[in-house]
Design a protein around this ligand. Structure first.
Ligand SMILES: Cc1cc2nc3c(=O)[nH]c(=O)nc-3n(C[C@H](O)[C@H](O)[C@H](O)COP(=O)(O)O)c2cc1C
Length: 168
């Protein structure tokens, strides 16, 4: 198995955790790397979202309402050398953050196994799986993992990630 984790995660101020140096989803991405040896690619908005939570929410909502694809710092050109792609993200307004759409829509997922994982604060995976199915056409979409953001550092979350990988 050759795997890559493509993920978005935001530090700074967030709901339920206050100001943090590392985003919640990044913890899960690192657990996956630890268990699978996968490569990592972090999607970053070229102009980062505001550091404060409320302004970030407004910016992200605006992008969703306009179906906008923000520019990203670096584009991963291809996943051709991988057979397994983990896609990680926080739930933003019921789906993936729009910078993930910018990145994922540039890739060809034909024949790949895709493992979606998300952190959230109540919505679970929300609409993200149907969006991933649409974007990653031709891929096999495995069952997704959703973990509440405030819990990512707990041992139980690490165990959930491990079991999810083993069971899939
Ligand atoms: C702009 C924005 C929108 C959000 N929308 C939702 C949402 O629709 N549902 C939900 O359960 N949590 C929502 N959240 C909470 C995040 O999904 C949650 O805090 C997540 O763990 C953040 O991950 P990160 O630290 O990796 O960026 C939102 C947070 C932000 C900043």
């Amino acid at each position: 198995m050759k795997a890559i984790v493509i993920y978005f995660s935001r530090a700074d101020e967030n709901y339920a955790v206050g100001y943090v140096d590392k985003g919640n989803t990044e913890y899960l991405a690192e657990y996956i790397k630890e268990y699978t040896g996968a490569d990592m690619f972090k999607v970053e908005r070229k102009v980062p979202y505001a550091k404060d939570y409320n302004t970030c929410c407004d910016e992200a909502k605006n992008e969703v309402n306009n179906n906008f694809r923000p520019e990203i710092k670096e584009v991963l050109p291809s996943v051709d050398s991988y057979d397994t792609v983990f896609i990680g993200y926080p739930i933003y307004w019921g789906t993936l953050p729009m910078p993930m759409f910018t990145q994922l829509e540039k890739l060809n997922f034909e024949g790949k196994n895709v493992y979606p994982f998300a952190t959230h604060e109540g919505s679970g995976l929300a609409s993200s799986i149907s969006d991933i199915k649409r974007i990653c056409s031709g891929a096999t979409i495995k069952s997704g993992l959703a973990i509440q953001g405030r819990n990512v550092k707990e041992d139980s979350s690490k165990t959930l990630v491990k079991e999810w990988i083993e069971n899939n």
